[in-house]
Design a protein around this ligand. Structure first.
Ligand SMILES: Cc1cc2nc3c(=O)[nH]c(=O)nc-3n(C[C@H](O)[C@H](O)[C@H](O)COP(=O)(O)OP(=O)(O)OC[C@H]3O[C@@H](n4cnc5c(N)ncnc54)[C@H](O)[C@@H]3O)c2cc1C
Length: 402
């Protein structure tokens, strides 16, 4: 017989959306179980950006100083390189308050930190190595789920299941929620290269005809994301790893002395980019948040923050009702009403950049001219406040209300 657990809220997925939702709900007195299918949070493919909106939330929770004691790198501005010319794009230092920078921190450190805070709460349980498999229904209403953990099968009865299981969400498939797909012209090759003391000390992006490279400073190494045309991985692999190494060295000459640390294609992971959104984020007994409700493009590096903003909105709107066993379907639908506008505006801007900038860079075979908007941003410091606000705080930033 599977072991049976009961809880007020079962959250599927220990990513930014799921862990934050679990922590905030438990902090507000709700009994919560979070399931994460992996044994730890050490996964390379995660983005590393903690934006000012999330730093502000940490401040509101009284955790900012402790959080910033973790190793991180502060970025007060963002630039793009086209050929040998640097263009300033965003100025985060213009944002009001002390959280006027992006903290680059490995996402597993951020998730470990949140999990550590949550574990101090008696009504929070985090089950690692536990994969949700099927939703359980009472008629049309989700009443819980079945899962497999280290000790075998589990049945979890819950008043509400929150699906925060990312872009490949099994829970949203189980719930048969229709997805609107917006497409993406690119995928990403994800790999590491050693970092040297003499290297530039900021994360940045390089753009050349047919190629784009984002580099995240992770201390001892650069985490690199090379943007490639959608579906183009096989063709590039067929040309051989030497050709790929050369293309990286041509794009970023200071890496030429170490591209041979990429021994073969096993050192280069393919991340497929998706942009989509559920038409309906919930059904009775179930709510989708984060990438499970809306897979975000890597453009602007805002997916983690949107996922966290959903978690805050869900906790603000639902914790009192869950705690008092008074949750209605209408309460759950209110989360989509709150978060759909910021999500759709953000995705619209990402799609514009993907389709107008990324697509033409990937198709280009002649030297690129910087687009007018980039030249204006570089020339007019005041204008750089706009992208800083969009990327750093986002549309309709949430605050802790519990
Ligand atoms: C190439 C690329 C680069 C990106 N870079 C950035 C960036 O720099 N900054 C940024 O803000 N965003 C970035 N993004 C977007 C960002 O990664 C996502 O928007 C964000 O991770 C969404 O968080 P989430 O918690 O909703 O989902 P996820 O981070 O995907 O977390 C889902 C969690 O659920 C777990 N899970 C899945 N299924 C189950 C199951 N059945 N049972 C139990 N657990 C399960 C997974 O193991 C995972 O831990 C990038 C995206 C791509 C594709």
């Amino acid at each position: 017989m599977p072991e049976t657990l009961s809880t007020q809220c079962c959250v599927v997925g220990g990513g930014p959306a799921g862990l934050m939702a679990g922590f905030l709900l438990a902090r507000a007195g709700v009994d919560v179980i979070v399931l994460e299918k992996h044994a730890d949070f050490l996964r390379d493919f995660r983005g590393d950006t903690i934006h000012p909106s999330t730093l502000r939330l940490m401040d509101e929770l009284g955790l900012l100083d402790e959080f910033l004691r973790l190793p991180h790198h502060k970025a007060y501005s963002l630039s793009a390189w086209i050929g040998e010319r640097q263009y300033k794009v965003a100025d985060f230092s213009s944002l009001p308050g002390k959280c006027n920078f992006v903290a680059f921190m490995p996402q597993w450190d951020f998730l470990d930190f949140i999990a550590e805070q949550a574990r101090t709460l008696p009504n929070f349980r985090l089950l690692m190595k536990t994969a949700a498999e099927k939703l359980l229904f009472d008629g049309d209403r989700v009443r819980g789920l079945s899962a497999t953990g280290p000790d075998g099968e589990l049945t979890i009865n819950a008043r509400l299941v929150i699906a925060a299981d990312g872009r490949g969400s099994l829970m949203r498939d189980e719930a048969q929620l229709p997805v609107e797909d917006f497409g993406a012209p690119m995928d990403v090759f994800w790999f590491k290269l050693p970092r040297k003391e003499s290297d530039p000390d900021e994360s940045f992006g390089r753009i050349a005809p047919g190629r784009m490279l984002a580099m995240i400073d992770r201390g001892a190494y650069w985490q690199c994301g090379c943007v490639i045309p959608k579906g183009g991985a096989e063709e590039l692999r067929a040309k051989g790893i030497d050709a790929f190494r050369e293309s990286i060295a041509r794009l970023t000459p200071f890496l030429a002395d170490r591209v041979d640390t990429l021994k073969d294609w096993r050192d280069v992971n393919l991340l497929t980019v998706q942009v989509n959104r559920l038409k309906t984020w919930s059904r009775p007994g179930l709510l989708c948040i984060g990438d499970a409700a809306h897979a975000m493009s890597p453009v602007g590096g805002v997916g983690i923050n949107l996922a966290i903003q959903d978690a805050v909105a869900a906790a603000n709107l639902l914790s009192a009702k869950l705690r008092g066993d008074a949750l209605s379907d209408e309460d759950v639908r209110a989360v989509q009403r709150r978060r759909e506008f910021p999500t759709s505006v953000t995705q619209a801007i990402q799609l514009f950049i993907q389709n107008r900038v990324v697509r033409s860079v990937l198709a280009a075979d002649k030297p690129l001219e910087a687009p007018l908007v980039l030249r204006l941003l570089d020339a007019l410091p005041l204008l750089r406040r706009l992208p800083a606000r969009f990327m750093g705080l986002g549309v309709r930033p949430e605050h802790i209300e519990m």
